[in-house]
Design a protein around this ligand. Structure first.
Ligand SMILES: [Ca+2]
Length: 98
């Protein structure tokens, strides 16, 4: 029993790192400052800066290079948003977006 209690204390709380696509989409929508329905690199960079994430410009460029599949300089459409979420989960951890 005593040993079990020790393990329980150390157990990680239920995943904070598991933002759903819908939550992520909602978050992105709130960062679409000019309301054109797309996320530009500048908007992504501004969002990261607001979160206090280091090197927001560099991170935004890397994320765009990964997720902007049609290379139009904006994140638009479900596929690109899904790609960005995958990238964010892998590289940043989505808990930082809350
Ligand atoms: Ca695009």
């Amino acid at each position: 029993m005593a040993i079990q209690n020790v393990f329980n204390k150390k157990s990680v709380p239920p995943s904070k790192n598991n933002m759903s696509l819908e939550q992520f989409r909602e978050w992105l929508r709130s960062k679409d400052t000019n309301g054109d329905g797309q996320i530009s690199r500048q908007e992504l960079e501004k969002a990261l800066r607001e979160l206090g994430i280091y090197f927001p410009g560099w991170r935004a460029r890397r994320a765009m290079a990964y997720a902007d599949i049609n290379n139009n300089g904006h994140l638009d459409g479900d596929i690109e948003v899904t790609e960005l979420l995958e990238y964010v989960k892998k590289r940043w951890g989505t808990s930082c977006l809350r």
